[in-house]
Design a protein around this ligand. Structure first.
Ligand SMILES: Nc1ncnc2c1ncn2[C@@H]1O[C@H](COP(=O)(O)OP(=O)(O)OP(=O)(O)O)[C@@H](O)[C@H]1O
Ligand SMILES: [Mg+2]
Length: 136
């Protein structure tokens, strides 16, 4: 399907302030697309989790934010990218309760359940890229 990108922004993810900024932009976009309050919160929560992973596990990176409108559906696609250590075992990382640093380990699995599309690719030693989308 043709995706018409109506807005596009690339932001660095190096600090907590960057995470706050990413959350704010995505919140504003969900409002302008008239997402329900529940759907706004789902996507903003997903941003928090993935941006935090980029900063904390990936050693920092960036987020590509895209607002899509192809006249059939409208939505938001977000790509989180870093050049950190990568993930050796993706199935394990996706499993609820697994964390390499004694945290809750709910970030990736929880995020997948909050969005319509979820794609994770990672190569040890090279980095990690997670793309999610939520449609109106
Ligand atoms: N960008 C990343 N780079 C490297 N490893 C990652 C990245 N994102 C996730 N991981 C690995 O996947 C594991 C699971 O991630 P997840 O977000 O589910 O849990 P967590 O970040 O450890 O804990 P929580 O998000 O619940 O605080 C992490 O512990 C980490 O080992
Ligand atoms: Mg996490």
């Amino acid at each position: 399907m043709m995706n018409n990108i109506v807005r596009r922004e690339v932001i660095p993810l190096l600090s907590d302030e960057d995470i706050v900024r990413a959350r704010k932009i995505v919140r504003d976009w969900t409002i302008s697309l008239k997402f329900s309050l529940v759907d706004q919160t789902k996507l903003v929560t997903a941003v928090s989790e993935l941006a935090r992973n980029t900063v904390e596990h990936g050693g920092g990176g960036s987020a590509l934010l895209e607002m899509l409108d192809d006249s059939i559906r409208r939505g938001i696609r977000l790509t989180f990218e870093d050049q950190g250590p990568g993930i050796a075992n993706i199935d394990q990382a996706m499993t609820d309760g697994y964390s390499s640093r004694g945290s809750l380990g709910l970030g990736l699995g929880g995020t997948k359940r909050l969005v319509n599309e979820f794609d994770l690719s990672s190569e040890p030693g090279k980095g990690t890229r997670v793309t999610i989308a939520r449609w109106k």
